[in-house]
Design a protein around this ligand. Structure first.
Ligand SMILES: NC(=O)c1ccc[n+]([C@@H]2O[C@H](COP(=O)([O-])OP(=O)(O)OC[C@H]3O[C@@H](n4cnc5c(N)ncnc54)[C@H](OP(=O)(O)O)[C@@H]3O)[C@@H](O)[C@H]2O)c1
Length: 265
């Protein structure tokens, strides 16, 4: 899909990777509608984008409010007409031993990360099927291999990956295409950077611009799935599929669980 003059609804646009995605799509000529809770954060993104000659509208909304999404979509379409591209980028993570999570924490992670993207897509799809459209979701490598002490997040991201996988098959032959992006640890900004924990030495980090570039590429080329990580991740993931316990051993060797344990508050 061409991006010039398309209207993009981007969640998680107030900071982190969302800022890079917003700038990248605005530079490609899209009209951005950025959603997040923080009005200050959205206004900061707006200022950066307008400074570079782009267009960015703000929509302050809490994605925990699943039943309010229908009205939110009406508000979004009133800004610049129908939405051509949905980028589900907003996400949260909470680190804990599973039995120590509150029920509300688990609910919030599943709401923001999984239910909100599915509901936004459900609401936008009828119009997209008529006019054409693209849905891109930012999942995580934590949805490809479970992550200890961050398991509701892993569950939500695995859900996004499998939902996209099924939807891609369901949407085949229609005017709507769908992609999922799976980043590993991201440097410079975002939830991992903000934790001030060192990444596993063998895995390293990728730049946030690499995620934004992957989103752009996915829309332009109709990519099914893009992994954003240094090194050959796909063969390791395939090995983990063949033998989950061998996958566990690899994750231990890389020190992923140790890094996650440090992030328990
Ligand atoms: N950073 C990484 O290393 C990494 C790795 C793999 C995948 N990812 C994924 O990349 C995406 C972006 O992550 P990030 O690192 O940029 O995270 P971040 O810096 O924590 O930003 C998260 C974004 O989501 C928004 N958000 C959070 N809760 C929300 C809610 N209830 N309602 C509406 N918006 C909400 C935040 O805005 P407000 O707080 O203003 O609402 C913010 O704009 C996420 O889906 C994340 O899972 C990140």
């Amino acid at each position: 899909m061409e991006i010039q003059n398309k209207t993009v609804l981007l969640t998680g646009a107030s900071r982190g990777i969302g800022l890079y995605i917003a700038k990248t799509l605005a530079n490609a000529g899209a009209v951005l509608i950025g959603l997040a809770r923080s009005e200050d954060g959205l206004n900061a993104t707006k200022a950066e984008i307008e400074n570079e000659g782009g267009t960015f509208h703000t929509l302050s909304f809490d994605l925990n409010n699943i039943s309010g999404l229908s009205e939110l979509v009406e508000q979004a379409t009133a800004i610049n007409g129908e939405i051509d591209i949905l980028v589900n980028n907003a996400g949260i993570e909470r680190y804990s031993k599973y039995q120590n999570y509150s029920a509300d924490e688990v609910r919030d992670v599943l709401n923001v990360n999984l239910r909100a993207p599915l509901e936004l897509s459900r609401l936008l799809l009828p119009t997209m099927l008529e006019r054409g459209g693209h849905i891109v979701t930012v999942a995580s490598l934590a949805g490809k291999k479970g992550m200890a002490y961050n398991t509701p997040y892993s569950a939500s991201k695995a859900g996004l990956i499998m939902w996209t996988d099924g939807m891609r098959q369901e949407l085949r032959g229609t005017k709507v295409s769908i992609s999922v992006i799976c980043p590993g640890y991201i440097s410079d900004t975002g939830m991992f950077h903000d934790s001030h924990v060192d990444p596993p030495a063998l895995l390293g980090t990728s730049k946030p611009q690499a995620v934004a570039d992957a989103v752009l590429k996915a829309i332009k080329n109709n990519s099914a799935e893009i992994i954003v990580n240094n090194g050959p991740m796909k063969p390791l993931l395939a090995l983990g599929q063949i033998s989950p316990t061998f996958g566990d051993a690899l994750v231990r060797k890389f020190g992923v669980s140790e890094v996650s344990k440090k992030r328990i508050k």
